[in-house]
Design a protein around this ligand. Structure first.
Ligand code: FPP
Ligand code: MG
Length: 297
């Protein structure tokens, strides 16, 4: 089924009818297709399910094409990013093509699905703007951080689950709640993996969030735990790129047991996701949560 979705995306891109677009898009490395797996776990058989997944994956790709320009990131999923190979202009334009083609296809779907997904794109763009502005200074506000990640990451995951439930004629609010909590847990696990995994496992540089200006949950918790003088040291390390700093950070994450603490926080949201759909009798959705919590990249 995932193969069919990839094929559908290729066909939709071919319909644009431009050789540059074909060349650029052939260099996109495909991801884990988490959102498609989620849609398929809710609705396997509907005639529109491959289209829905293709639309969602294309929007996800568009947002990453733009995000790698914004973050000046040269590597995506272990391979050079489109901006690294073809420059920022091409990455932005290819993102626009993916985004607008996905929206054109979205107009053919149930209007509730079109509303859910287009609203998610507003939220994800709002989350990205907040992320950029929050990256200017060390952020200690947990509430602000959670709002940003709910927008940036959870919104499209929630809209995917909601849209699949609409296709399958299920109680879509429950699936949306499931998706929001799954999305938050997903991003918190991502924040942890940035610290605990090496770059070859991650397919991008390790310990990179803090260097990019992202004060993720482990850093906010560490800040809360540290005595005043060390708080100042931590803030002074913000956006610095030095191997000694990575070592200091790892030592202090260990000393204050930050990793298990943040893992518990991710598990809290994972449990909320599972309880949102507990009456729905869907084992695959519980497995999606478990695989996401226990993933290594
Ligand atoms: C990755 O964040 C970025 C996102 C999940 C969303 C980015 C959204 C936009 C750029 C808005 C534009 C949207 C469209 C559809 C045109 P990250 O940098 O924390 O993760 P990373 O480590 O994978 O780069
Ligand atoms: Mg990024």
């Amino acid at each position: 089924m995932l193969q069919k979705i990839t094929q559908r995306i290729e066909d939709l891109i071919k319909e644009i009818g431009n050789p540059y677009v074909d060349t650029l898009s052939s260099k996109i490395t495909s991801g884990k297709m988490l959102r498609s797996k989620l849609v398929l776990a809710i609705c396997q058989d509907h005639v529109d399910v491959v289209n829905l997944c293709a639309i969602i994956e294309m929007i996800q790709s568009a947002s990453l094409l733009h995000d790698d320009v914004i973050d000046e990131s040269d590597i995506r999923r272990g391979h050079p990013s489109i901006n690294a190979i073809f420059g920022n202009k091409n990455s932005i334009m290819l993102g626009d093509i993916f985004y607008s083609k996905a929206f054109f296809e979205l107009t053919k779907m149930d209007v509730r699905i079109a509303k859910s997904i287009s609203n998610a794109v507003i939220e994800l763009s709002r989350g990205e703007i907040d992320d950029v502005f929050m990256s200017e200074t060390f952020n200690t506000d947990k509430k602000r951080y959670f709002q940003m990640l709910q927008d940036k990451t959870a919104s499209l995951i929630a809209a995917s689950a909601e849209s699949a439930a609409i296709l399958a004629d299920l109680d879509h609010q429950k699936y949306k709640d499931y998706g929001i909590n799954l999305g938050i847990a997903f991003q918190v696990i991502d924040d942890l993996l940035d610290i605990t995994q090496d770059s070859s496992t991650l397919g991008k540089p390790a310990m990179n969030d803090f260097k990019e200006g992202k004060t993720t949950l482990p850093y906010i918790y560490l800040y809360e735990m540290l005595p005043e003088d060390e708080k100042k040291i931590l803030v002074s390390y913000f956006k610095q790129n030095k191997i000694e700093i990575d070592r200091w950070l790892k030592e202090h994450f260990d000393k204050y047991h930050i990793i298990p603490l943040v893992f518990q926080e991710a598990k809290k949201y994972a449990k909320l996701a599972i309880s949102a759909i507990e009456d729905e009798n869907n084992k695959s959705l519980e497995e999606v949560v478990e695989n996401m919590i226990n993933r290594e990249f």
